[in-house]
Design a protein around this ligand. Structure first.
Ligand SMILES: [Zn+2]
Length: 326
């Protein structure tokens, strides 16, 4: 064995433990929260299971659902309740990264208006997952939160988190999927203006300028420190920023957050301005390119996609028989 091989082996083992441990803890906490809420949040549990199992499938070396949920009883129980997530993770693509489901669960529990509580809960959650057994790993955890709203009394708040996967390939796959399937068309259009390597696409410029009355504020989840938008987000949405750092397009918390705002605020959506003239043909070409990039990335990961995106299931209530009697 060459010097350094054993150390590399140790590093790889440590790295892989980080993924599996964080994946298991995310699932465990989501299941606990879901049982603790009165409203039906089982689709979020189903969605995070599928999304985590999908990422486990992409991971090198692969992690099966059974190796992620390595508590036998819990695994059997989850399989019985969420059979589709176990069945379809290796053929259908998730629409979102796992941490976006955690965010939705927390917002669901505390209410969109309770921004302070949501920020505290996210911070505690990340501390809890990271702090376990003294070997911190950021895998599957978001680092930033963005909160957006229309500047008006009692306006709704919308929340987004930065992309939470591992490695470049998984990140690019999630951005491609989100452009094709998940984000609001204006946000998807803005992100589609750049290829997955971060260069502008010659065929299409769908970058936008948000209306003056939309506020976006971004924070570090771990210490609540405010952050300026990065150069990429400035390019996508017209934010004024002196920040030079350019994160991969589509990775930032602002993207998910602005998408949710535009989905829900029709007036703001009408006031969005496009920075360039773009044709429908140009957009279709950009979509075709991103779909081809997605196929290439999946081929590299030896993933056989059936062309479908996973639809989270609503699980039947435990007391279904009682309901039928009534
Ligand atoms: Zn950014």
């Amino acid at each position: 064995m060459a010097p350094g091989d054993s150390r590399r082996g140790e590093y790889l083992a440590y790295r892989d433990v980080g993924f599996r441990r964080n994946a298991f803890r995310l699932i465990e906490v989501m299941v606990f929260w879901s049982e603790d809420t009165e409203e039906d949040t089982t689709p979020l549990v189903d969605e995070i299971l599928h999304s985590i199992f999908f990422l486990g499938r992409l991971y090198n070396p692969q992690f099966s659902p059974e190796s992620i949920v390595d508590d036998g009883d819990m695994c059997e129980c989850l399989k019985a309740s969420y059979p589709e997530a176990f069945r379809l993770y290796s053929s259908q693509l998730p629409r979102r990264a796992p941490f976006s489901c955690v965010l939705d669960m927390i917002v669901h529990q505390f209410g969109q208006e309770n921004e302070g509580e949501i920020r505290n809960q996210l911070q505690q959650f990340v501390e809890f997952i990271e702090g376990l057994d003294g070997a911190p790993s950021k895998k599957l955890l978001s680092t930033t939160l963005c909160v957006s709203r229309i500047v008006a009394p009692d306006s709704n708040r919308y929340y987004g988190v930065s992309l939470s996967t591992f490695g470049k390939v998984a990140g690019r796959i999630m951005v491609a999927v989100s452009c094709l399937q998940t984000w609001h068309e204006h946000v998807a259009g803005a992100v589609l203006s750049y290829n997955l390597r971060g260069s502008p696409r010659p065929v299409f410029n769908g970058t936008i300028r948000l209306p003056e009355n939309v506020r976006c504020e971004t924070y570090n989840i771990s210490d609540h420190e405010a952050k300026f938008p990065c150069r990429s987000c400035g390019n996508l949405f017209g934010f004024d920023t002196n920040e030079r750092k350019e994160w991969p397009y589509g990775n930032c918390a602002e993207v998910e957050c602005v998408s949710k705002l535009l989905e829900n605020e029709a007036e703001a959506t009408e006031q969005v301005r496009f920075k360039a003239e773009a044709t429908i043909e140009g957009r279709q070409e950009a979509e075709r390119e991103v779909r081809e990039e997605l196929h290439q990335l999946l081929r590299m990961s030896r993933y056989q996609w059936d062309g479908e995106f996973y639809l989270p299931q609503c699980i039947q209530p435990m007391y279904k028989n009682d309901i039928e009697i009534n």
